[in-house]
Design a protein around this ligand. Structure first.
Ligand code: BEZ
Length: 209
């Protein structure tokens, strides 16, 4: 069954390029980014994994641990990592799960039979420290993901988990936010001392807390 927002991310133990990982234990108190790619030694996936490695400092800054799954085996992953490092000028610095039996792929519903019966789609799961799923995204094989969007959404998830705000369309870290509809307008000054604007009774903005 599909994984829905708020569900506890299914736990698993799997062999990875960085040893055997128990997912929940490995996550610890961090946020998690779990994503699938269709197959090893494919061009779009090579760029995506290179980009993930290049963004390590950005993920670390946000307390996020990245882990990738592919239905190829460990030997294939280890060979492919050399190509990723060489072509993307980076060093792969996160575990890639070997999932030839498709256990993780099936647990997370990453195979969409009408797209492909053998390969995973490009699934993305962002998981909070309490192990609940905060975001899911699905891209087709031919479209590489936008990792700036993944960082942007992590910023929004972390901000909105901490403050009673929402983030508007195309919001970027540092920009004005929307005051949660649950907050009464008369209570805004005490909660948001940086100021606020009432554009409509239901649309109130404030500088990013
Ligand atoms: C790729 O990563 O380039 C790719 C993988 C499967 C199908 C199409 C493209």
């Amino acid at each position: 069954m599909a994984i829905r927002l708020g569900d506890i991310a299914p736990d698993f133990t799997a062999v990875t390029t960085e040893g055997t990982v128990n997912f929940h234990e490995w996550l610890g108190d961090s946020w998690g980014l779990l994503f699938s790619h269709p197959a090893d030694y494919t061009p779009v996936c090579t760029t995506e994994l290179g980009r993930t490695a290049q963004l390590k400092a950005e993920f670390e800054k946000r307390g996020v641990k990245a882990i990738v799954v592919s239905v190829d085996d460990l030997e294939s992953h280890n060979g492919w990592i050399h190509d990723i490092n060489e072509t993307q000028n980076t060093t792969v610095n996160f575990p890639i799960i070997a999932d030839p039996e498709k256990k993780v792929a099936e647990l997370y519903d990453m195979i969409h039979p009408n797209a492909s019966t053998t390969m995973t789609v490009r699934s993305v799961f962002i998981i909070a420290p309490d192990k609940s799923v905060k975001l899911t995204l699905t891209y087709p094989a031919a479209t590489g993901r936008n990792f700036n969007e993944i960082l942007r959404v992590i910023d929004s998830l972390q901000l909105t988990a901490k403050h009673s705000v929402a983030t508007p369309a195309d919001w970027k870290n540092g920009e004005d936010c929307i005051v949660s509809p649950a907050i009464k307008t008369e209570d805004i000054p005490a909660k948001f001392p940086k100021g606020h604007k009432v554009i409509k009774p239901y649309l109130r903005t404030t500088p990013q807390p």
